[in-house]
Design a protein around this ligand. Sequence first.
Ligand code: EPZ
Length: 424
Amino acid sequence: MDKIIINGNRRLNGEITVQGAKNSVLPILVATLLVNGISVIHNCPVLSDVEATIKILQYLGCKVTRDGHTVTVDSTNVNRNDVPDNLMREMRSSIVFLGGILGRMGKAVLSTPGGCEIGLRPIDLHLSSMEQFGATITTENGFLVCSAEEKGLTGTRITLSFPSVGATENIILAAVLAKGTTIITNAAREPEISDLADFLNRCGARIHGAGDSTVTIEGVNGLHSTEHTVIPDRIVASTYMIAAAMTNGKICLRDIIPAHIGPTIQPLREAGCDVTVSGRWVCLSAPPKLKRIRMIRTMPYPGFPTDVQAQMMALTTICEGTSVIVENIFESRFKHIGELLRFGARINVEGRMAVIEGVKHLNGANVRATDLRGGSAMFLAGLNAYGTTEITEIHHIDRGYESPEKVLGELGADIKRVTDDEKN
Ligand code: EPZ
């Protein structure tokens, strides 16, 4: 098992370019199924979740090649409508294949994706939305059979009881080639939804209002080949800004979209960081001592992102004073707290609320990545900690961060990845 080793308490300083957004790439790769041609997608990070998505596309009959950060998908000959259990299980968000396969093939057979480390991850909103398009859904031996083969998909009005990102994406994917118009009310507003819509509109789709809570999709007869560059990853950008904040450091992120990280800039300023925005640059300069952050509540975009909750919690462990974090999106997204305590953090939990009493600094510890973002909180804590930190189960981190040890090393961290054979 690979692990990451950090000798902490070193200031980070420098400029980085942030990887493409994982949560954009995944639905956009699925959307290539709807294109009867070739899609060239630039700025695709090298992540295990992206590779898992590519494996499913290849299983379905697509020809997929990667040249650096450019992935080319030829979906001319899609010839399957099912995703086997082993491939579905590799990545929890593979449920977003439902809308893509249904939209292209008229029938989709997927195993029900299990929950994951951060929650049960129900898919009721996804399934009820597909039924509103006229699809029928049955379950056979643990597989969901979603079919609209008789009459095809018909555009409809769908109101989401919760602005689910994945359900919004599945509705858009199913609506693009449906007969008639679909209107989504209470749609998710995350930037990744807008990026998906931008890609599809480049292919000839007719989507209006993506990024707002009402999205209209006029069905079209087909989509054509195109090229697209994925937006920068706002979660990864926030993570590396927090790394600089926790090490009294200074960081500049080039070529990002500042509006997308607005929700995390605010608490960083409250903690005493100097954050400046100019065009597509954002720079952060940290104070020697961070001030406490009164209250962070995770909310759907444009509220504070749940995907930065663990990282911001790592930061609050070394603030002067007591901070409070409330996790409103997922029911068990505090698994990283047990590992943060091993660094000497002082955290109490009451249901969905964590109360963090800041300490002067953390101390190196042997910890494990509990999940993707909880894993990033481990390397953030290790960068601040006095002494050595060893992080195991780093496959969680590799799902969403491309070579974090390389990026952080270039900023001055003493960090390395030790692979199994190197250890022997
Ligand atoms: C997406 O997950 C992201 N994943 C998550 O990022 C992110 O945390 C989440 O959106 C919220 O922003 C990808 O984009 C691949 P949801 P998704 O549907 O679509 C409940 C990361 O770290 N819900 O918006 O699964 C659900 O239980 C990952 O990169 C239902 O009840 O999130 C949760 O409480 C983690 N029924 C809430 O909605 C449903 O049918 C938000 O889920 C669907 C969701």
